[in-house]
Ligand binder design. Structure first.
Ligand code: APR
Length: 308
């Protein structure tokens, strides 16, 4: 039997997620949006690509939640991007309302689902979804680490003229300026990058990684990244649906790991059919540990704005 996946938000990220997931063939996909006709039209269009691409996944578009009933996984992409002149607090409060109401509906119809949050500010929205759902922490997570890590790997592979597949790396921390690309642990074909790239080149790549989202926003002028974010979501869904037990950078609710308590931060986690099955504690240097703590503090500041 195919799994059932709900994608809330039929905008750039949501629609691309739905398309990528349908093409995997292992799940039926329900696309939800508040705009009348938008999810229905996009779902129908995607459905009609099935005979050409070769998938039998059913795709349904809706403005309500009845159709989402019994979903195994729910992906929350509904949210507005930060507009010029909008303060960070305004963004948090606007997206908070959306994520709160969406989570309530999802939980009502799919009390056993696993929630993957993509709406920004990512870590704060994941924390809100955890709180509103009252789910155990293994069933609520955020997608950001895979995206940040993918950017880091892309730039490293380009610099070294090697396949992206042979670059292994991790970016930890919150999804924002305080993220931590772990240069010490990045390798190319098993060789540490610190042995083959000058420190100056590495720091330029780190800086570009940290500002990766902004680089795309300034090119696009309107809207933000969605091809790489949706690919990140699908990698997480693959791990869960196929019970792959992959170790991926995931925004997870920490309860003492890394000395951090009660906040979402990007850390390596094992993903399988139960969601987050284990959080891995990498031995960090004092400097990295300090950076992670700083990153967690930045997430706490955002969470405090929501007063949850
Ligand atoms: N319920 C359902 N859908 C909603 C709701 C809601 N309450 N509020 C807004 N939406 C929908 C919008 O109608 C829109 O179609 O969410 C969609 C968002 O799509 P885009 O504006 O294209 O934004 P997108 O690029 O997909 O990004 C979505 O992901 O990466 C993050 O920062 C990004 O928070 C943003 C989110």
């Amino acid at each position: 039997m195919r799994s059932k996946i709900t994608v809330v938000g039929a905008g750039n990220v949501g629609a691309t997620c739905a398309q990528r997931l349908a093409e995997r063939g292992y799940a039926d996909v329900v696309l939800v949006d508040i705009i009348e006709g938008l999810p229905q039209g996009k779902a129908l269009d995607m459905l009609q690509s099935g005979p050409v691409v070769g998938f039998d996944s059913r795709l349904t578009g809706t403005n309500g939640y009845e159709e989402t009933k019994g979903s195994d996984i729910a992906i929350i992409t509904s949210g507005v991007p930060r507009k010029p002149g909008m303060s960070r607090d305004d963004l948090v409060l606007t997206n908070m309302k959306i994520v709160k109401s969406v989570t309530e509906e999802l939980v009502k119809y799919s009390p056993k689902c696993i929630i993957i949050v993509v709406a920004n500010p990512l870590d704060a929205m994941a924390q809100l979804a955890l709180k509103v759902s009252s789910f155990p922490r293994n069933r609520v997570m955020g997608m950001s680490g895979i995206l940040d890590t993918a950017r880091f790997r892309t730039f490293l592979a380009a610099e070294l003229e090697v396949s992206v597949e042979d670059v292994a790396a991790y970016v930890l921390g919150g999804h924002g300026d305080t993220m931590i690309p772990l240069t010490r642990m990045a390798t190319v074909g098993g060789v540490p990058i610190t042995e083959i790239l000058p420190a100056e080149t590495i720091s330029k790549i780190v800086e570009r990684t940290v500002k990766g989202g902004g680089e795309i926003v300034s090119l696009l002028k309107t809207g933000s990244a969605y091809y790489a974010p949706s690919a990140g979501v699908v990698q997480m869904v693959d791990a869960i649906v196929l019970d792959k037990k992959r170790i991926l950078p995931v925004a997870a609710y920490l309860e003492g790991e890394y000395g951090i308590n009660g906040v979402f931060v990007g850390v390596p986690a094992k993903l399988g059919k139960n969601g987050i099955e284990q959080i891995f504690e990498i031995k960090l240097t004092p400097q990295e540990q300090e950076a992670l703590k700083k990153s967690a503090d930045a997430v706490v500041e955002l969470v405090n704005i929501m007063k949850i």
